[in-house]
Design a protein around this ligand. Structure first.
Ligand SMILES: [Cu+2]
Length: 128
């Protein structure tokens, strides 16, 4: 009787552990999400804006005409106001929708942006 209960407990712990591991790898998959696509020679970097920017850091290709596409979905905080100071870009996003910002063809460098008040950062690293 007792050994049965112990082995049942062990099985439950093992299954629970496997679930925990699966969840962990799912989370990292979201963090490393491939949010950069190239369609018809245009590079699209998708960043969602709501209580900050996700992903915080994107990796893109230098030398390709690039659009940063901001997704908002019930965004009422100040991440709906986007600034990329080095390019003199300042844009108000709708509460819900997609907004494309054309940043042209970038050199190898990191483009830094923030929300309107400068508290939520994001960056796009352009690599060769
Ligand atoms: Cu802000």
């Amino acid at each position: 009787m007792k050994p049965t209960i112990i082995s049942i407990v062990i099985v439950i712990v093992l299954i629970g552990g496997a679930f925990a591991l699966t969840k962990k790898s799912d989370t990292s998959a979201v963090v490393d999400a491939n949010n950069v696509t190239i369609v018809d020679g245009k590079q699209i970097v998708e960043i969602s804006a709501k209580g900050g920017y996700q992903p915080r850091k994107s990796i893109a290709k230098a030398g390709v005409p690039t659009i940063i596409r901001f997704d908002t979905n019930g965004t009422f905080d100040c991440s709906s106001s986007v600034r990329i100071p080095s390019m003199n870009i300042s844009k108000s996003l709708p509460q819900t929708g997609k907004t494309d910002i054309d940043v042209g063809s970038q050199e190898v460098a990191t483009l830094q942006g923030t929300c309107g008040m400068g508290m939520y950062p994001f960056e796009v690293e352009f690599k060769s």
